[in-house]
Every structure is written in structure tokens, then in C-alpha cells.
Design a protein around this ligand. Structure first.
Ligand code: ADP
Length: 283
């Protein structure tokens, strides 16, 4: 079976500085893949290459079986993109934004109008169809971006920090939409800084740092690899983390300590692993 997304030894260099460095991984159809990494790790650049917005300096990228450089048109037709910065036009109405995207994709009029109605309903924006986009809230604009990205029936959806800057309730609504689309069979790659977002949404996670993939697997696989039990230890004014294969071994370590002041055992989580790997917090 063809992978939905495949990167082989991908490099990207800006002004002689490597920002993506020998990146290789694949995403199978139907997966919900989370790409994590501290600021500057190269996540957005990776998404920009995957979505044909910038060309790789080396290596090979395929989406839906199409090479993003040699078959960029077919690749573009197979994907939907929701970028971090709000890319809808504030001076056009909700409907006009959808209409423009539909025309750019040469979707025939009758079918286009039916699909615009369907997706605006889906993201709860049908009643705002004639309003100028600049009058919408941040969450509504994000939902419009998602509806627009779905209009041409893509197989794969790329979301760059889909809930950044949104209030908790609005984030929940976006999560529900993302989960539901994935249940319907849509393959997704999303970048995020939020651990709860990864927990809630992603089947598999890739962690990037300095342009490289430094860890790849399910949350359970990452926890098994790095240690499922954690001892937190207060050393001066900072916390030290000690990983153990499981909670029993973490507890056994604690039991052996004569002075247990400032020490605590708990299961490890993605944030602990992220900090251990990158030396930085998630956000
Ligand atoms: P992330 O999304 O993980 O925060 P980015 O992909 O945005 O990381 O950036 C990775 C690195 O590439 C950063 O050091 C950034 O400054 C640099 N970079 C990104 N885009 C450009 C560009 N168009 N020109 C030059 N450098 C860039």
C-alpha cells in the first residue's frame, strides 16, 4: 500500500543554514500524526515542503503517492492545508472565501455550492455565510479555514498548530472536528505545542529538534523507550527527573533513599520525555 506521506532523507537549507536535516518518516492512510518540537525545530518548514509551498533542497517527498516537486499539481489536489496564520480574506464574506477556493480548484458550480453548504454546516458557520470574515472570532476563522481546506475533498489534511491562541472551549470544538474527520478516514498531520492536544488526538508522534527527527512512535512506545516511571527530585530551586522502566522501580529507588524530602514518584508523560530529549519545555 502506498504511504499517505513519505519523506526520504529530506533536507532544507536557507541561506546556507540547514533547517531540516535528513528527515525520513512515513505516515499511513488514516493515521493522525503529531509533529512536535521546540520553536525553530523545523516543523513549519517541513509542513511547507509537504504542502508544496517550498521545495526541499534535497531528498524526496511524496504525498498520496505524488512527488511534491515533479507532480506538485496532483499532490496539491490531494491535500488540504490549515496554516498557522489565518489565511482567509477578511474583506470577503464567509461564502465568498469558500467560493474563491472552489473556483481555484475548478469545482463545477452546482457541486461546489452543494459542498460549500455542506462544509459550512459541518463547522457551524452556515448562519454566518454572508458575514465578512473580519467580523468573525478567531475560532470561527479557524473553522472556516478547515471548511475551506476540505472543499476539494482532500485525502490528507495538514494542520499547523490548529488551536494556537484559541480559548479552551473553542479548542475542544476544533478537536471534535479533527477527530471526526479522522474517524471518517482522513489522514492528518498536525504540529502542536500542546501535550493535551497530542494526548487527545494523535495515534503517533514524531519529535523534531534542530531539523532532525529525534523520536518516533506511539505515546506508549515513547514512554516504554524512555521509562514509564519517574522520580521528581527538588534540587535547590529546580526539579531533576529520573526515569525508570516502570513505576515499581521508581518506587523502589525512592524507598532506598534515606532523605526523601522533595522527592515524588509518578508515571512519566509526553512532556517529561520532550524535556528530557530537547532540554526545553513544550511551550
Ligand atoms: P518551527 O515551526 O519548528 O518553529 P520553522 O520551520 O519555522 O520551525 O523554522 C526552522 C528554522 O528555519 C528557524 O531557525 C527559522 O528561523 C528558519 N527559517 C524558516 N523559514 C525561513 C526562511 N523563509 N528563510 C530563512 N530562514 C527560515
Amino acid at each position: 500500500m502506498t504511504a499517505a506521506v513519505s519523506l526520504q532523507n529530506v533536507h532544507k537549507v536557507y541561506n546556507n543554514i540547514p533547517v531540516v536535516n535528513d528527515l525520513s518518516f512515513t505516515i499511513q492512510a488514516g493515521e493522525m500524526f503529531g509533529l512536535l518540537g521546540p520553536n525553530g525545530a523545523g516543523k513549519s518548514t517541513t509542513i511547507r515542503m509537504l504542502t508544496t509551498l517550498t521545495k526541499p533542497s534535497g531528498g524526496r517527498i511524496e504525498v498520496a503517492g505524488f512527488d511534491v516537486v515533479r507532480q506538485s499539481l496532483q499532490a496539491k489536489q490531494s491535500i488540504g492545508v490549515v496554516l498557522q496564520q489565518i489565511s482567509v480574506d477578511g474583506d470577503l464574506s464567509v461564502w465568498e472565501n469558500m467560493e474563491m477556493h472552489g473556483r481555484l480548484h475548478h469545482i463545477p458550480k452546482q457541486y461546489r455550492q452543494q459542498k460549500i453548504n455542506q462544509w459550512l454546516e459541518y463547522v457551524d458557520l452556515a448562519e454566518r455565510r454572508d458575514d465578512l470574515v473580519k467580523t468573525l472570532s478567531g475560532g470561527m476563522k479557524r473553522r472556516l479555514q478547515i471548511a475551506r481546506a476540505l472543499l476539494h475533498q482532500p485525502k490528507i489534511l495538514f494542520l499547523d498548530e490548529p488551536t494556537v491562541g484559541l480559548d479552551p472551549q473553542t479548542r475542544r470544538r476544533i478537536w471534535e472536528i479533527i477527530l471526526d474527520l479522522n474517524k471518517q478516514g482522513m489522514t492528518m498531520l498536525l504540529t502542536t505545542h500542546y501535550m493535551d492536544e497530542v494526548d487527545y488526538l494523535c495515534n503517533r508522534i514524531g519529535i523534531m529538534d534542530n531539523g532532525k527527527l529525534i523520536s518516533l512512535g506511539t505515546l506508549q512506545e515513547l514512554r516504554s523507550a524512555h521509562g514509564q516511571g519517574l522520580v521528581m527530585k527538588q534540587v535547590g530551586d529546580r526539579l531533576e527527573y529520573l526515569f525508570f522502566p516502570n513505576l515499581e522501580q521508581a518506587n523502589a529507588y525512592l524507598d532506598q533513599q534515606v532523605d526523601k524530602t522533595g522527592m515524588m514518584v509518578r508515571p512519566s508523560n509526553l512532556e517529561d520525555i520532550f524535556v528530557e530529549l530537547t532540554g526545553r519545555q513544550l511551550d
